[in-house]
Design a protein. Structure first.
Length: 478
């Protein structure tokens, strides 16, 4: 028993006091944590390896040589039909410093684009008369465009890039080479036309080995490959404006192009040609008349000037040259079939300057012909009355420097030859008639005469008119 002065003993358990100490991981925790880091690092390495492997395995690297880089750089895309199919890996100068070599990684899904005959070019803004392309690259980045080669071609890893996008983007084509003395401003990408239709394009231009001409490589597509045969002629169509000739004015807007005229249909194939300096002369119309004028001087005429009869153009001069003896000048003349009857063996030809000046007591009278005649002259024709016999092709006439007054007064009646259209009925020959009759006016009988054969028409109509006059007006004999 305790005394009252001693406190009662506390029988409840004591609460432990917290102690503050530095946190330290135990060996087990450290081991577990280190293992997790190793697992994480291993997973990351595996992921990186898989990604790298997938990237390497999913692309095919090719090289493309371009004459110029045009600002292309690593990271720019390769596109086919507007879809990304690859990416530029590196861009560097070629070993010979004459171009740029571009290494491209093409996706495995587009590996079929990497075959012989495929065409690559750097798409960039181009604004020319013949085309407008690549305008989307004004704001966006440049890219490499591609057109695949033939489907049965072998795989390839090296290509020669084009300077411009190809106009002909099919796989059915034929490459030809044409040599010209001058390039006449022709450029890569200009089209080849036949009968106004685009049948190909110019793919390359270069000087020949002797530096005496220009080699033009062109590509003909589809059925136009048949144009590459013996006898075909090629020339650069460009605007020509002169008083004697106006040609190819459309090229002032659309630009120059390479024109072609095919050779004979059954000619052998050919891939190398000699180009013409200008377009070939047009084929002469059928049934025309060709003859020669011979004079002591050219008297201002040249090829292309008109041949006129009473101011109406009936033909033109084909060529003017010295005669074989170099004493005279010869001009080959062509007259259209409709007017060939105007040329007789007694016809006269002279130089027509287009300006006629008469000086008299009342002053000076000047009359001018058309602008073309005034500028380059022409050839005038007159036939006396009665006209002589008709001539044949090859006849020769004397060419006079100026006309005599008598020649200008000739007015023979010569029926023109109407060239009938295939399948049509040839119109009847016109007949001129001189009519005389008596008619009563104010109790007087007066004589009426149609002079100089001014009535012209179908003989049947004239005969009917004559019969009616005979019955009603008692006409006198013509």
């Amino acid at each position: 028993m305790t005394s009252p002065s001693e406190p009662a003993a506390n029988t409840a358990p004591e609460f432990p006091q917290a102690q503050v100490a530095n946190a330290r991981l135990g060996p087990l925790v450290i081991l577990r944590q280190s293992r997790m880091w190793w697992v994480t690092a291993a997973c990351a390495a595996i992921a990186i390896g898989l990604v790298g492997y997938s990237l390497v395995g999913a692309t095919k690297k090719i090289t493309i040589d371009f004459p110029d880089g045009h600002g292309i750089k690593a990271g720019d895309l390769v596109k086919y039909r507007g879809i990304d199919v690859g990416e530029v890996v590196t861009v560097e100068l070629a070993a010979d410093l004459k171009g740029v070599r571009v290494v491209v990684a093409v996706q495995s899904a587009a590996a079929e684009l990497c075959r012989e005959g495929s065409q690559f070019w750097i798409e960039r803004p181009q604004v020319r008369l013949t085309r407008v392309s690549g305008l989307e690259t004004v704001v966006g980045a440049k890219y490499i465009g591609v057109v695949p080669g033939p489907s049965d071609a072998k795989a390839a890893s090296h290509f020669e890039g084009l300077l411009a996008p190809p106009v002909i983007q099919g796989t059915d084509f034929l490459d030809i080479e044409i040599r010209f003395a001058e390039g006449h401003g022709l450029e890569v990408g200009d089209v080849v036309k036949h009968r106004g239709i685009v049948v190909g394009e110019v793919t390359a231009l270069a000087l020949d080995e002797s530096l005496g001409g220009v080699l033009v490589r062109a590509r003909l597509a589809g059925n136009a490959r048949q144009l590459a045969r013996v006898g075909s002629r090629f020339w650069v169509e460009r605007p020509r404006v002169s008083v004697a000739e106006v040609r190819a004015l459309e090229t002032m807007v659309s630009g120059r192009y390479l024109a072609v005229a095919p050779g004979p249909a059954k000619a052998d194939p050919l891939t190398t040609f000699e180009g013409l300096d200008s377009g070939p002369a047009e084929a002469l119309p059928e049934d025309g008349l060709e003859f020669v004028l011979e004079g002591d001087d050219r008297h201002g005429i040249q090829a292309g000037v008109p041949v006129t009869y009473r101011g109406v153009k009936v033909g033109y001069v084909l060529a003017v040259n010295l005669a074989a003896d170099s004493v005279h000048v010869e001009a080959r003349v062509f007259v259209h079939s409709r007017y060939r009857s105007l040329v007789r063996d007694n016809s006269i030809f002279w130089s027509n300057s287009g300006i006629d000046v008469n000086i008299g007591l009342t002053g000076v009278q000047v009359s001018a012909d058309t602008l073309s005649t005034v500028a380059v002259g022409g050839v005038a024709l007159a036939t006396p009355d009665p006209p002589g016999k008709e001539i044949k092709t090859g006849h020769r006439f004397v060419f006079h420097p100026k006309p005599e007054k008598e020649w200008l007064q000739w007015r023979p009646m010569i029926a023109l030859v109407d060239a009938g259209i295939a399948g049509s009925i040839k119109p009847p020959t016109l007949l001129r008639a001189t009519l005389r009759w008596k008619q009563k006016k104010m109790a007087l009988w007066l004589d009426f005469v149609v002079k100089q054969g001014l009535v012209v028409g179908d003989p049947r109509l004239v005969q009917e008119l004559r019969e009616r006059l005979d019955a009603a007006m008692e006409p006198l004999p013509a």
